[in-house]
Design a binder for this molecule. Structure first.
Ligand SMILES: [Ca+2]
Ligand SMILES: [Ca+2]
Length: 186
């Protein structure tokens, strides 16, 4: 009888020990909370996002290809704060030229979305009377000083390609970094 009790006790003890700790504990955090030194070149960190400013003047499709070659996409401004951070950066560099974003209504006329997330563009940073789909051929969105008297950079739709005003610089946005920490008992 005593032997049986001891055997049961040992069994319970071993089960208890077996679940008392995990050999590995994995934790995934957004961003780089421990400020680990990361080489993000050629992307520049602005407000916790990483961006590349393409200097060649190309049509929207080539700009999109160039960003994807870098493992990124044309920039999507999900928030007004992100838009303001990037335009402030360009301003600080004395940059007044126009840049392509990922925004377009190539899928459905009038339904302007960011690409490739297909989320509606809902920031209020359009230039006056834009997007106007002028001549029925403007389906890609860029930022710049749209009118001669524009005080700030704003958004406008333009022909994506094949027109003399379809060749612009561009902004790429890298995927958001995540930090994975692994705690190991050794
Ligand atoms: Ca973004
Ligand atoms: Ca327009």
């Amino acid at each position: 009888m005593l032997m049986k009790v001891v055997a049961v006790f040992l069994l319970v003890a071993s089960v208890a020990l077996g679940v008392s700790y995990d050999k590995y504990t994995i934790k995934i955090l957004n961003g780089n909370p421990n400020n680990v030194n990361v080489n993000s070149s050629p992307f520049i960190e602005i407000n916790e996002g990483f961006y590349y400013f393409g200097q060649e003047r190309v049509n929207w499709h080539v700009a999109d290809e160039n960003c994807r070659k870098l493992g990124s996409d044309l920039v999507s401004f999900e928030t007004a704060q992100e838009f303001d951070a990037i335009t402030e950066y360009l301003k600080s560099k004395g940059e007044r030229t126009e840049h392509w974003t990922s925004g377009n209504d190539l899928g459905t006329e009038g339904a302007h979305k960011w690409y490739p997330s297909a989320t509606r563009i809902n920031i209020n940073r359009w230039a006056l009377n834009q997007p106007d789909n002028a001549a029925g051929i403007e389906h890609c969105i860029h930022i710049g000083y749209i009118y001669p008297n524009s005080a700030n950079m704003e958004m406008n739709d333009r022909p994506c390609r094949d027109r003399e005003n379809s060749f612009l610089k561009y902004v790429c946005e890298a995927p958001k970094p995540e930090t994975i920490s692994i705690v190991v008992w050794k």
